[in-house]
Design a protein around this ligand. Sequence first.
Ligand code: PEP
Length: 264
Amino acid sequence: MKRIPLIAGNWKMYKTTTEAIEFASAIKRNLYQINPELLEIVICPAFTALSDVSEVICDSNIKLGAQDVHWEREGAFTGEVSILMLKDLNCKYVIVGHSERRTYFKETNEIINKKLKVVLKEGLSPILCVGENLEERENNMTFKVLDDHIYNGLKDISSLELVNLVIAYEPVWAIGTGKTATPQIAQEAQGYIRNLLNNLYGESISQQIRILYGGSVKPDNIRELIKQPDIDGALVGGASLILDSFVNIVKYSYDEVKNICMDY
Ligand code: PEP
C-alpha cells in the first residue's frame, strides 16, 4: 500500500483569529490545484481559531489539525480542550507530544500515551512527535530516545487501533533553530523508527504508517528530504507561518511526489 505524503503546518501560538482566517484563505487560494489523493495538506491553528478556519477550508483540499488535546473525553479540567470538541469542529488531525509540550509543560510518555488513545478511539489521526535533543544526540543516545518515545508512547495500543497514526521525527536541536537534519540523518532515524514499528506491529502495518520529518523545513530543503524512502512528508513550524514558504514547501513536495508516482 502506498503512503500518501502529508505536509502539516503547526502555527503554534501565532495568529489571532482574524489573521488566521486571512492566512487560511490565502493558503486555500494558492493550493487549490493540489490533488489530496497524491498529497495531503493539514493546517494546525491555535484552538481559538479552529472554528473559523474550519469554515474557511471546509470546501477545500486542506484538512484541519489541532496542536494538542486532553486525554479525557470530558470533565472538570479547566482550560483544557477535549477530543469531542475538536471532532465537532471537523478536526482530522491532532499533534500529540510535541517537544515544546514535553519540555515546557512536562508531558510524559504516559500522558502522551493517554492522549494517543483518545485520539485514535475517536477516529482522528494523531501526529505523534518523537526525537532527541542536542545533548542526547551528542551522547549517541538518539536510538535510545526513539525506543523510549515509541515503545512507551504506543504502549498497549493494538495494531487494530493504529490505522490513523502518523509519526513525526522532530530532532529537538533542529526545531526553530534553522539547523535542519541532513536528509541522511533524518532517513537514518526514520528508518530506525519504521523498524521499531515493524517489531511492534509487523511489516504490513509498519509500511502503512506515515513518518514525517520536522525541524527547520524550508522550501530549499524539502525536496531532498521528501525523496528519502522513509520520509513521508513534513511537520513545519516557522515556515508554515509565511505564505510563500508554506505554499512552496507544498508545491515542491507535490512535484517530487508526482515524479515518484511516474516512476512506479
Ligand atoms: C515544529 O514546531 O514542529 C517545527 C518543526 O518547527 P520549525 O519548523 O520552526 O523548526
